[in-house]
Design a protein around this ligand. Sequence first.
Ligand code: ADP
Ligand code: MG
Length: 521
Amino acid sequence: MAAMVGSSDWGGKAGLLLGLSVVLGQGDSVSGVVCYCDGHCPDNAENGTCIGQIGSQCFSAVEEVYIRETNTFEAERTYGCLPPDEQGFMQCKGHLVPHRQGKSILCCNNTDLCNKHLNPNYIVRSTPRPSLGYDDTIPTIALIVSITVCLIVFLLIVTFVYLRFKRREDRRRLCLMQNTHNCDPYLANSGTLQELIDQSSGSGSGLPLLVQRTIAKQIQMVQSIGKGRYGEVWLARWRGEKVAVKVFFTTEEASWFRETEIYQTVLMRHENILGFIAADIKGTGSWTQMLLITDYHENGSLHDYLQTHVLDTSSLLSLALSAASGVAHLHTEIFGTRGKPAISHRDIKSKNILVKRNGQCAIADFGLAVRYISESNEIDIAPNTRVGTRRYMAPEVLDESLNTTAFESFKMADMYSLGLVFWEMCRRCATGDKLSTAEDYQLPYFDCVHSDPSFEDMHEVVCIKRIRPQIPTRWQSEEVLRTLAKVMQECWHPNPVVRLTALRVKKTLCKLDADSTVKIV
Ligand code: ADP
Ligand code: MG
């Protein structure tokens, strides 16, 4: 019977090979048992046998190996000689230590080739991993790729954040270097005025007050461009951008205050209302300068524009519709926690309307405006003594029958003035192909009163004689002029209640605009 020493812990192939290095080949002088060999045969082995030294053992080993293709374990059996010394022999006593799965060895030395039929048992390893049906390397590659992508994205984000921070810091330093006392970090990081305004609260009530003050300090006046009754308007530059600066006369503080207040009303911003930028008050003791900074419009006021430009019907419609839209926005109350009160302008005239580069109007000069707070049913009349422009005053203002406790009356008076502005526009619109068909520019009632009419003059013309600007017959030949003629007459009706509202005018002109666009297409 074979002297069997079983073990599963025999040190693996490395151990075997070490042991086999001292196994003698065929023809060694001192020989012991002849063993069957397979898988561990010495170089000079003959007929699948090896000869061990005296005291050597023959072994039969088995090990489970994983077959990737079939996803199974298979038993691999090897045979050979084990030298008598140290671990090679010790491996045959491996059964004395706890078993390991998947491998085992048995030894014998009682007869030559005794190991050929030794079948060491082993504990079968746990079931192989279930095959996913594709190469196992794919998930590993996917993992590596996603980690790399994440790393690259992370590095890009870090770089971007760093560059932004650095640019900000550089700007701040530059700003501090150039103008130490005028530096506001908010402004240091800003781009254009438009960007600044877009960044600010979003409530439409303007920039933070500190920012406004800083802008006002950094303004450079260029030239005077207009004079009203309450101030002088300048073209100025802020960081290379053109802006308009209204410098109020020292006596007109109330007007400055009122206009600033109105511009800072929540949701006041609108494309047909002059864009407010900043307000500031400078000076010491007896001397004060009050500034109001707004967008600059190179075309100037509608009054100036109409003197030098003849309109076609589409530009007339654009001017009239945008003016009506501006007034409609002013008049409309927007409800909500941050809503907008209804506002009445009280000084609508062609000198207080600016013409933008895109041919649309922007309503300006809010020194006389009133707001209506519907919650408390209160009209916050400005505490200044200013009254509107006499030429444009509605009959109820002239005969002082306007009910100052009803806000609607202020809106109706505005509509009267807007009707007169429409008349000024229409005179300058040519019909047919000839520019000469347009009437020359004139102020309303140019043929009834002199250049600076008194209250009484206007009262007599408008209230007593009930005169209104004359409508030329040629206007009937063209749809836009015909519609506007009708609109203006409904606006300057002696009875305020039957006048059109700004919203109604806007809708009528919008429809006309849509129809004319369809016709062109
Ligand atoms: P006032 O309150 O003194 O009447 P306005 O605001 O009406 O002042 O401005 C007076 C004039 O200055 C206007 O009629 C117009 O010619 C010119 N003007 C005012 N604001 C601007 C502006 N933003 N861009 C270009 N011109 C302007
Ligand atoms: Mg004015």
